[in-house]
Each structure stands twice: as structure tokens, then as C-alpha cells.
Design a protein around this ligand. Structure first.
Ligand SMILES: C[S@@+](CC[C@H](N)C(=O)[O-])C[C@H]1O[C@@H](n2cnc3c(N)ncnc32)[C@H](O)[C@@H]1O
Length: 245
């Protein structure tokens, strides 16, 4: 029972909580794709393509896509990587519904399934997948270590965890410009498209609070992955980390 005298402290700016993240994504689901295209000026498609290449899929690969949202990475994996199967998962059903509509038009060889799953607590057997992927999802997890542990468990030995996430631009003048863009243009654009500016303030803060490349790599090593490498894209605005079990 909650103690009425005690108040739950407000989460720090950029700090995810399950309720906060679920609330934001269920509200912005219908506008999410449009916002993505506009805010990244379409570059997010190139980032996803590179992520698929780094996943090194073949026609036998069993892939688990976590925090798959509206399915853009799922569909890029299917079209470009053509693995045997992809299980596309997210904990916000409204986001997954949009992914399902995209998959309905897919005609390739990959079997695509959908399931509502929390990325911090995976309802799968040990070593069930050859690849686990996540695009712009890890940043929203209150407990990254729990996710890394779970992914280790469900990957087969030698399997790859491929993470596409916002990171830290390497050149300082570019970083200053980019942070200005994040703090001003993104909340304005998000507010104009969805009517909810506060969700985009959170998204920006979460990008700024997220560990840079080396620190994330250290966390993955600590979780027990045997090798971790990362690839900076667009001057380090995003990075793809590849962790091998
Ligand atoms: C920024 S979107 C990314 C969606 C998609 N991967 C993409 O690249 O467009 C983040 C997604 O993570 C999901 N998410 C956040 N926390 C989650 C969790 N604990 N378990 C599963 N999904 C989660 C949200 O519901 C949202 O759909």
C-alpha cells in the first residue's frame, strides 16, 4: 500500500520510467514515422540499412527485434537481410499495430511475427535466437543491465546483439550545433506534429543522458559479451554497437 505522506520523486530529466515511456509512445504512435522522417531528414533509413549489414544475417537466421515500435528496423531486416524469421516485439501495442500493417504488404521469404514483450524480461528459452536487434530502444530502458543479461541468455553462443542508438558526435563544433538542434528544433517539430511537446523534451533529454560509445561498450563487456565493437554513423550522432556472445 502506498504511504500518502510519501511522494514519489519526479524522475530526473531524460531518466526513463516504464509508465513515462509507455505513455509517450502510446500517444505518439500515429505520428511516429512522420516525425522520424522529418527530424532525421530521412537519414534514419540509411542508419537502419547499415544496422542490417552489421547484423550479418543469412537465410537461416532467427532474429528477435526488441522495442521494434512501428517496425521500420523489422522491415529493413526482412527486405535487406532476408533471415528465416523475425519476431518483432515492443511493450506498446499501438506501435506494434502499425508494424503489423507494414508486414502485411511484405512478400519476401522471411516469416515475420509480432508479440508484446518487455525488453527487460524476455519470455523466451535460452539460446533461442541467432541475432537480437534494437533500434532507438535501449535508451528508453530504466534497467539496461537487465536487458543485456536477458539478451545474453536468449542468444546462442556466437550470436550478435546489434544496437542502433543515438550517441555522442565526435567533433566538438558539430556536437554543439547538434545539441542546439536537439533542444530547439526537435521539441518544436514533435509538438507541432503530435500536439505533445513534453514527450519530445523527454526524448531529447534521454539522448543527452545516454552513455557515449565507449561507456556503452564497457557496459556490454561487463554484461559478459565476449567482443564489442561500434561504428559511428553521421559523425557519431548515432552508433551501431555489435556485441558478440
Ligand atoms: C524510439 S522508438 C523506436 C522504434 C523502432 N525500433 C524504430 O527504430 O523506429 C522506441 C520504442 O521502444 C519501445 N520500448 C521502450 N521501452 C521498452 C521496453 N521496456 N520493452 C519493450 N519496448 C520498449 C517503445 O514502446 C517504442 O516503441
Amino acid at each position: 500500500m502506498s504511504d500518502p505522506g510519501k511522494q514519489t520523486p519526479e524522475p530526473a530529466p531524460g531518466q526513463p520510467t516504464t509508465d513515462r515511456v509507455k505513455g509517450i509512445f502510446s500517444a505518439i504512435a500515429p505520428s511516429y514515422d512522420r516525425f522520424n522522417r522529418l527530424s532525421s531528414m530521412g537519414i534514419d533509413r540509411l542508419w537502419r540499412r547499415r544496422t542490417v549489414r552489421l547484423a550479418k544475417l543469412d537465410s537461416t537466421s532467427r532474429v528477435l527485434d526488441l522495442a521494434a515500435g512501428t517496425g521500420d528496423l523489422t522491415m529493413a531486416l526482412a527486405r535487406q537481410g532476408r533471415p528465416a524469421s523475425i519476431l518483432s516485439t515492443d511493450f506498446v501495442p499501438q506501435m506494434l499495430e502499425i508494424g503489423k500493417q507494414k508486414a502485411a504488404a511484405y512478400e519476401g521469404p522471411t516469416k515475420i511475427l509480432f508479440e508484446v514483450v518487455d525488453a527487460q524480461d524476455l519470455p523466451f528459452d535460452d539460446a533461442e535466437f541467432d541475432r537480437v536487434t534494437v533500434a532507438f530502444g535501449v535508451r528508453n530502458l530504466p534497467d539496461r543491465a537487465a536487458n543485456f543479461k536477458e539478451v545474453q541468455r536468449v542468444l546462442r553462443p556466437g550470436g550478435r546483439y546489434v544496437i542502433l542508438e543515438f550517441s555522442r558526435p565526435t567533433l566538438k563544433p558539430f556536437r554543439v550545433l547538434y545539441h542546439f538542434y536537439l533542444r530547439t528544433v526537435i521539441p518544436f517539430l514533435g509538438g507541432a506534429l503530435t500536439g505533445d511537446r513534453s514527450g519530445f523534451d523527454y526524448l531529447n533529454e534521454s539522448i543527452l543522458a545516454f552513455p557515449p560509445q565507449l561507456a556503452l561498450s564497457a557496459e556490454l563487456h561487463k554484461a559478459g559479451f565476449s567482443t564489442v565493437e561500434w561504428h559511428n554513423l553521421t559523425f557519431g550522432i548515432v552508433a551501431v554497437h555489435v556485441a558478440v556472445k
